[in-house]
Write a new protein. Structure first.
Length: 294
């Protein structure tokens, strides 16, 4: 699995992404993986185009800058609408500066389960790697999930960064849409709001799953990584909040929670993910006036 990850993208593709010079109006959707990236791409693209769905895969219209060169996508090419929008999974330290950024967070335990389910059966055989082994190797060994969040949370006072919580997107999609539109400086008339509300719904995205399933990456990489050509993936599954309770052992959950305290409390006073979520809710209520519905 790890050897396949090493060949997931070329160094040239990453170097081109790192050297990209954005416009001040560009929007980067830049969460840690499995934290609402594709969902946010769809919301942003629907807002700026009034619901365009004329694309094979969302990456065609909201390019992933770290992978674009390898996929033959020109990140400098004109986009369908203004503002330009890009996907990235870079830390704040690495991402090209000078644009505007949307960073959604998600409970790390649900992130780990979602990542395992997405990669299992594609990059690795689930029968060969248990979820506990996957979490230990991919998350607890180098703490990259927490390093990623800490790099972005250092920008909590940056007006060019919008922080969101995946759980709040699930709980109150309407408020999420309105906050993103406000951040993009796009007037959300009632007709546009209804379009985005529909196009960002689980039902709609599930019905159009092949436009959100990373098949452009699969088609390009399966041969290179010696993976089965007929494997399928999906980013629109259930997205349940708290799904980790059904999949992670009590001991592993305790270990992950302790790691959060160790890495997030000393610098930011965040004793658990719920503390971060509350801070983001309060920030956005003060900034936009939207109170997430319970």
């Amino acid at each position: 699995m790890n050897s396949k990850f090493e060949n997931f993208r070329t160094s040239e593709s990453k170097e081109r992404a790192l050297s990209f010079i954005p416009d001040a109006t560009d929007i980067f959707i830049s969460p840690f993986a499995k934290s609402g990236t594709t969902w946010t791409q769809q919301i942003v693209h629907s807002i700026r185009t009034r619901g365009d769905m004329d694309f094979r895969e969302i990456m065609e219209v909201v390019p992933w800058i770290e992978m674009s060169f390898d996929l033959g996508i020109d990140i400098h090419a004109p986009q369908k609408a203004f503002p330009r929008a890009f996907k990235s999974h870079m830390t704040w330290d690495d991402i090209p500066k000078g644009a505007r950024y949307i960073y959604s967070v998600r409970d790390p335990k649900d992130v780990m389960v979602s990542d395992y389910n997405f990669l299992g059966g594609w990059i690795f055989d689930k029968d060969a790697i248990s979820i506990d082994t996957f979490v230990q190797d991919q998350y607890l060994k180098d703490n990259y999930y927490w390093k990623h969040i800490k790099s972005w949370w250092s920008q909590q006072d940056n007006p060019d960064v919008l922080f969101l919580c995946y759980e709040d997107m699930k709980q109150d999609l309407d408020a999420t849409i309105r906050m993103i539109a406000d951040f993009m400086h796009i007037e959300l008339d009632e007709e546009l709001f209804k379009i985005v509300q529909k196009h960002a719904s689980f039902k709609f995205m599930k019905a159009h799953n092949d436009q959100f399933d990373d098949h452009l990456i699969r088609d390009a990489l399966n041969a290179q990584l010696k993976l089965p050509h007929d494997v399928s993936t999906s980013k629109v599954k259930n997205g349940r909040v708290g799904d980790h309770k059904q999949h992670l052992s009590a001991e592993l959950i305790k270990t992950i929670d302790a790691r959060w305290v160790e890495l997030m409390q000393p610098d930011y006073g965040l004793a658990c993910y719920a503390d971060l979520r509350r801070q983001i809710q309060n920030m956005n209520q003060e900034r936009f006036g939207y109170l997430i519905k319970n």
